[in-house]
Design a protein around this ligand. Structure first.
Ligand SMILES: NC(=O)c1ccc[n+]([C@@H]2O[C@H](COP(=O)([O-])OP(=O)(O)OC[C@H]3O[C@@H](n4cnc5c(N)ncnc54)[C@H](OP(=O)(O)O)[C@@H]3O)[C@@H](O)[C@H]2O)c1
Length: 290
């Protein structure tokens, strides 16, 4: 690996792991955040083009993220891609999402297409749901306080993936042109239903945890109570409906080979994360030790 790297979203689940790995290997890497810290994190706001040029100066390869849930991610990515071209960036790894290619109107697919048409070398990384979603608010709080995991997923199986493994794929993709021009789907090693997931969490924490399947109306009400705006609520419900139809159930076919090790299983993750589900606190306040 040579050159200089910029990791957008370097405080997020995937970005902070990519950033830490590359730093630990002694690579020339900068992380980006809206809140720079003067210790490796530079200022970058997808919505503020004044921050783009300086961040891309001298950078060869970038991990590009979109804001979680951003329906206009492609609109916001436009000036970012322009700034990359203007500053001589050569390669982009797009952190996208599983199934992006199945919906041309999906905002992350529009970001992918924007990058494909930019003239920059690109790789798309399309992960399944992260295991970490179950160990951070609001779900961690509900499990810790009520011993309940309530989702509108019926008996759907999901091949949750550990963000550690997603980060390892991004690091490999940043590393060389041989992976350019392709998308890498990142599924976990096993597809579990949420009764099985609740049982794994119960086993790891030593406390009772049960899965409560919700119907769409119950889920809508819960998401509204959590303060999500109506458009966001409907978007989340659409994702759950896709998951119920089996979209997220395929297990890993190629990634363990790519990163040279077996992918993390949910049971291992649950043991590592057990303290996130034991803490009693308000939903939204629970620490995430991962
Ligand atoms: N979570 C999942 O299960 C999952 C699965 C598949 C794909 N994805 C995709 O992965 C991406 C990251 O999701 P995540 O759940 O990992 O998010 P996350 O851990 O909450 O991280 C979000 C990151 O976005 C950055 N960010 C937010 N607003 C920004 C802005 N205006 N300008 C620049 N950076 C901004 C944050 O950085 P600062 O706050 O430090 O600025 C933070 O580092 C999303 O596009 C999501 O769709 C997520």
């Amino acid at each position: 690996m040579a050159g200089s790297y910029l990791i957008l979203g370097a405080t997020g689940e995937v970005g902070r792991r990519v950033f830490a790995t590359m730093r630990s290997r002694g690579l020339s890497v900068k992380g980006a955040s809206r809140r720079p810290d003067g210790a490796g994190l530079v200022e970058f706001d997808l919505l503020d083009s004044r921050t783009h040029g300086p961040a891309f100066e001298g950078v060869e390869a970038v991990m590009l993220i979109s804001r979680p849930g951003d329906e206009e991610a492609d609109v916001h990515a436009g000036p970012v891609v322009e700034a990359m071209r203007a500053r001589g960036v050569r390669r982009v790894v797009v952190l996208s999402a599983l199934g992006a290619e199945r919906r041309e109107d999906f905002s992350l697919r529009k970001v992918e297409r924007l990058v494909e048409g930019s003239g920059l070398a690109w790789t798309h990384v399309r992960p399944n749901f992260f295991m970490q979603m179950l160990a951070r608010p609001p779900l961690s709080g509900e499990i810790a306080e009520l011993g309940m995991l309530s989702l509108p997923l019926a008996d759907a199986r999901i091949a949750y993936v550990d963000a550690e493994d997603v980060a390892a794929v991004v690091v490999r993709a940043l590393d060389g042109p041989e992976r350019s021009g392709r998308a890498i789907e990142v599924n976990g090693p096993e597809a579990l239903d949420h009764h099985e997931i609740a049982a794994e969490i119960a086993g790891a924490t030593g406390r009772g945890v049960r899965y409560v399947p919700l119907d769409d109306d119950q889920a809508r009400r819960l998401l509204e109570l959590r303060g999500l705006p109506p458009a966001h609520v409907e978007r989340v419900l659409r994702f759950y409906a896709l998951a119920r139809s089996g979209w997220c159930a395929s297990v890993d076919a190629e990634v363990s080979r790519l990163i040279g090790r077996p992918l993390g299983r949910f049971a291992t993750f649950a043991r590592r994360q057990a303290s996130a589900w034991r803490v009693l606190g308000r939903a939204g306040d629970g620490p995430n030790p991962d």
